[in-house]
Design a protein around this ligand. Structure first.
Ligand code: NAD
Length: 502
């Protein structure tokens, strides 16, 4: 960990300096695998937010006028530094979040892809033009950055989710204020240092640590032009409504309940392996995790047997240790809430076929829950309706494809959905008709690469333009449409304009 900045008390990063928060309220950051205290995070104030926004505002004129090719070159240097520091960064992710080291490296890789995408900004910012739309008149669209923009991020991908935002935003010419999750703020500290090392001018990227007050400070601030949010559904809805009411552009990516439909013709062992990896990887704390299996009745018993066998084979423990598959969940309070859901599932009549609480009994420290599987759940049960965000999987049994689709469409969420089949007809029907924005065909985590939009539907997304890909570039830029005509000396003809106006 960086010795300069990750001390016992975290600071904010404003105008290229580490600045103490004005707040005297701090929260502990424990390592979820051990409970050991890693650092303490300030719950910064609206005044701290204002300082960061003012720094970003001051940096904007020079940064937005820096040629885009020069801005992109900083991303190339930054990408290089991310590779150079990959082991340290992955270790930080594991320490603060609990996911295992291979998962942390995978997270970093997905983030690096966003930096690589943003490094193509000169091409991405190129725009439309049409000469001679009327005689001697040309029309052209030019893109401009918005100004100061902000990102508010969740705990589950502490490094990658911010990278859905700031590489595109700043390479497009905006200046940025990040509010990382107060539960996992450590890796972004290293990011601030690496961006500076890559040559990013002070004030272009700022970090304000904290919780609600920082969020509200950003949502209400008149100089913040856009908010990119990723987090749980109720907060996403609140952020969307509040920031919109303050005249801002908003994209708010929210919670999920991802259904996986298993058809009888698929290889059930292979499907079970894929589902277990999707459901229990990153301790189920992924917005694209499988959380409901919709199994066609005739294969349900066999599938559940395989799901249990595959889950039994997972090694639970501290993600820093080699060979660990399943790390802890983020906090004891979250674990307690998840235990509550397990009790509710049992009370509602679902059959608990694998109880992960038993695995956790062997752990003396950390916030662990083993793979937990319910059978005979139904779409009305709270364990199926709510996002639990933990290694808890519910299996519903259906007669056929049509009933499976109908069950999936009942979910208020629409982030991801997957079908397991060898039948092209079912595969195609599923893609066409399922009510979810990111669809997998025999793919357990159909999260698109950063070149594509992260396109959740229903209550998994609030806004118009999604994060990542061309949508991300659209989100962080505004268009100007220019219509121009040039005269020769002595040219008095304006007839073409008349034609144009008609
Ligand atoms: P969260 O909603 O608790 O927190 C997200 C951010 O909002 C944090 O920065 C937090 O400080 C802030 N926040 C929390 N409560 C707030 C409040 N009442 N007022 C103002 N700000 C508040 O989410 P989390 O637990 O950190 O992350 C997990 C959630 O994120 C899950 O629901 C998951 O599905 C979702 N997620 C969604 C996507 C996606 O792409 N759709 C991706 C990753 C995570």
């Amino acid at each position: 960990m960086s010795t300069t900045t990750v001390g016992p008390m975290l600071k904010n990063y404003i105008a290229g300096e580490w600045v103490q928060s004005q707040s005297d309220r701090y929260e502990d950051i424990p390592n979820p695998a051990t409970g050991e205290l890693l650092s303490r995070v300030p719950l910064s104030t609206k005044d701290d937010v204002d300082k960061a926004v003012q720094a970003a505002k001051a940096a904007f004129p020079a940064w937005s006028e820096t040629p885009v090719v020069e801005r992109a070159r900083i991303m190339f240097r930054f990408q290089h530094l991310l590779w150079e520091n990959q082991d340290e960064l992955a270790r930080m992710i594991t320490l603060e979040n609990g996911k295992n080291l291979p998962e942390a490296h995978a997270e970093l890789l997905r983030g690096i892809e966003m930096v690589e995408f943003a490094a193509g900004m000169p091409t991405l910012l190129m725009s439309e033009s049409l000469p001679n739309i009327a005689k001697g008149i040309d029309c052209q669209v030019i893109r401009f950055p918005l100004g100061v923009v902000a990102g508010i991020t969740p705990f589950n991908f502490p490094l990658m989710v911010p990278m859905w935002m700031y590489p595109i935003a700043i390479t497009a010419g905006n200046t940025f204020v990040l509010k990382p999750s107060e539960r996992t703020p450590l890796s972004c500290i290293r990011i601030a240092e690496l961006l500076k090392e890559a040559g990013l001018p002070d004030g272009v990227f700022n970090v304000v640590n904290g919780a609600h007050d920082v969020v509200n400070g950003l949502l209400e601030h008149p100089d913040v032009k856009a908010i990119s949010f990723v987090g749980s559904q109720p907060v996403a809805e609140y952020v969307y409504k509040t920031a919109s009411a303050h005249g801002k552009r908003v994209q708010a990516l929210a919670g999920a309940k991802n259904h996986h439909l298993v058809m009888p013709d698929t290889d059930l062992r292979r499907a079970a392996k894929t589902i277990v990896s999707s459901a229990f990887g990153c301790a189920g704390e992924r917005c694209m995790a499988a959380s409901v299996v919709v199994a066609v009745e005739e294969i349900a018993d066999e599938l559940i047997q395989y799901l249990v066998e595959e889950s039994d084979a997972l090694k639970m423990g501290n993600g820093l240790e080699p060979g660990v598959d399943l790390g802890p969940v983020i906090r004891p309070a979250h674990l307690e809430k998840v235990h509550g859901y397990i009790e509710k599932g049992i009370a509602a009549g679902a059959r608990l076929v694998r109880d992960g609480r038993e695995d956790a009994k062997a752990k003396r420290e950390g916030f662990f829950l083993g793979p937990t599987i319910f059978d005979h759940a139904d779409a009305e049960m709270v364990i199926v309706r709510d996002e639990i965000f933990a290694p808890v999987l519910s299996v519903l049994r259906v007669r056929d494809f049509e009933e499976g689709l109908a069950v999936i469409s009942k979910s208020r969420f629409g982030n991801g959905a997957t079908i397991y089949t060898n039948n092209g007809k079912w595969g195609r029907e599923f893609v066409q008709r399922v009510e979810a924005g990111m669809v997998g065909v025999n793919v357990g985590v159909p999260a698109p690469m950063g070149f594509f939009a992260f396109s959740g539907w229903k209550h998994s997304f609030y806004g118009d333009l999604h994060a990542n890909g061309k949508d991300g570039v659209e989100f962080f830029t505004k268009k100007k449409t220019v219509t121009s005509r040039w005269f020769d000396d002595g040219d008095t003809a304006i007839g073409s304009q008349k034609v144009f106006v008609k």
